[in-house]
Design a protein around this ligand. Structure first.
Ligand code: ADP
Length: 248
């Protein structure tokens, strides 16, 4: 008995799924691009207005302008996160694996967040290990994962809090730990934390978010055969761990 007709049917169905995914992928990429262009132009124009390039403003006008700038930035960030989440979904993620020194990535991420941490009087420290072994990763992707974790450690922290980053080397793994003294995560919420769009109840009134950042982290880390997890106590802070295999 021949199975060819049903094999053909399966292949047709797979082709159809691939076509639909490609169409969806194209649609999303176009939409993100088309929305980002005017929002970025707005950001530039609003920046000029805020810097008094168009004359002095009343306090009321400044307040309204600040709100527009914040909403515009929020929309840009949302697009960036949707785009990130889309690009790490299994069928579109292509890794560029190279030997990398994670110290460079962590240094870069820490440096880029110093102004934001400073604005909330939060200290950010990296206990650098100069002997950190080289690992094989897609450095750009891994920097995005770290960036998302450090951003959260600042965002969900308290005024005057601390963010500390350290690395540990076990037999065959490097672990990066991001420690914060922020609002923490309720026990029940911890197991759902890395799913798409999930936000813990105590975060909802604390700050705005999409619930996509940790999903992106998990996809990136797991694509490297690593793991990510959290230890946290509500009101006292959190520790996020990324563990990656050492290059053989
Ligand atoms: P977002 O921050 O946009 O909501 P994330 O996916 O980055 O999305 O995080 C998901 C949720 O995990 C957050 O809404 C928050 O409830 C919780 N969370 C993440 N990082 C921290 C942290 N460092 N401290 C407390 N809660 C956190």
């Amino acid at each position: 008995m021949s199975h060819e007709p049903s094999l053909q049917k399966n292949n047709d169905a797979l082709d159809q799924v691939t076509l639909e995914r490609d169409a969806c992928s194209d649609f999303l990429s176009i939409m993100v691009h088309q929305l980002r262009t005017p929002l970025t132009a707005n950001k530039w124009a609003l920046g000029m207005m805020a810097n008094s390039d168009f004359g002095e403003k009343s306090d009321e006008e400044k307040k309204i302008l600040d709100r527009i700038i914040e909403n515009n930035n929020q929309a840009i960030k949302l697009l960036a996160e949707v785009s990130q989440a889309h690009h790490v979904d299994a069928w579109t993620m292509q890794l560029d694996i190279q030997p990398a020194n994670m110290n460079e990535c962590i240094d870069h991420v820490v440096e880029s967040f110093i102004p934001e941490a400073g604005s909330k009087n939060i200290s950010i420290t990296y206990n650098r290990n100069d002997d950190l072994p080289i690992i094989k990763v897609d450095k750009n992707r891994m920097c995005i994962a770290l960036q998302n974790l450090v951003e959260n450690a600042i965002k969900y922290n308290k005024h005057g809090g601390k963010v500390t980053i350290e690395t540990k080397v076990h037999n065959d793994h490097v672990t990066i730990i991001i420690h914060d003294t922020g609002i923490g995560i309720p026990h029940d919420a911890q197991r759902k934390l890395f799913s798409k769009f999930f936000r813990a109840p105590n975060a909802l009134h604390h700050s705005q978010g999409t619930g996509l950042g940790l999903y992106v982290v998990k996809q990136i880390v797991e694509a490297h055969h690593g793991s990510v997890w959290v230890e946290s106590q509500e009101s006292f802070g959190s520790m996020f761990f990324i563990s990656l295999p050492l290059a053989k």
